[in-house]
Design a binder for this molecule. Structure first.
Ligand SMILES: [Zn+2]
Length: 218
């Protein structure tokens, strides 16, 4: 066998192996989400991967292409606003899209075991959890823990010009992106090795558009 043939065979092996591990690149995942959101905004959803054939296909194993960390708000369902179906998105939802160790562990599982290449932290317009933190006062029960977590974003947003609630929503997303990016030992390493990207985004309740903040940041 000629040397060039051997080199070619080795290349094919590596390409097929890596594509097997990561179904697509982080940027390809972003484009897929953008395309789905565009279909949703323009009332042209395909409702892809929502039939019994897809259920059967993924019953034995999942290969989602993005992790979505978003708010529990009933108006922000990721599969619908990105026009995706069963087995496409690995979703973590809490009020105010904040994370504790359990949430971080869920992302680690998606990244390390399911080879998901993209993590999106999706905040949204007029978020009730962030509003509660902006309004201040004593929150009852466990809501106190939630609000105090978001309060860091509100304090930072106070020094910025413009609408305090909007700035707090963005700052809160930025904080969670940073929290994920600095999470040791797994996520920080995956980002450093450029295996995954972590980006922030905002969902507009009125027109349905998702704006990605900075697709090159992490
Ligand atoms: Zn919310």
């Amino acid at each position: 066998m000629k040397l060039s043939r051997i080199v070619f065979a080795v290349l094919v092996f590596f390409i097929s192996t890596s594509s097997c591990l990561f179904a697509q690149s982080p940027d390809e995942s972003i484009e897929k989400l953008k395309g789905g959101n565009e279909r949703y905004i323009t009332d042209k959803p395909t409702h892809q991967n929502q039939k019994s054939t897809r259920r059967t296909e993924v019953a034995k194993g999942q290969k989602p292409f993005a992790v979505i960390v978003t708010c529990s708000d009933s108006r922000v369902p990721p599969e619908i606003l990105f026009d995706q179906g069963i087995g496409d998105l690995f979703v973590i939802r809490t009020a105010g899209n904040i994370l504790d160790d359990i949430g971080l562990g869920s992302i680690e599982y998606a990244v390390e075991h399911l080879n998901v290449p993209l993590v999106v932290v999706l905040g949204h317009e007029r978020c009730g959890a962030v509003s509660a933190a902006v309004e201040g006062g004593e929150a009852p029960g466990h809501i106190k823990t939630l609000v105090s977590n978001i309060m860091r974003a509100v304090e930072k947003a106070r020094s910025k010009k413009g609408d305090l609630l909007e700035n707090s929503i963005k700052q809160n997303v930025d904080n969670v992106v940073e929290q994920i990016s600095k999470s040791k030992p797994i996520l920080e390493e995956f980002i450093h090795e450029k295996k995954i990207k972590v980006i922030g985004a905002r969902y507009d309740l009125d027109d349905g558009a998702v704006s990605f903040f900075n697709t090159d940041s992490h």
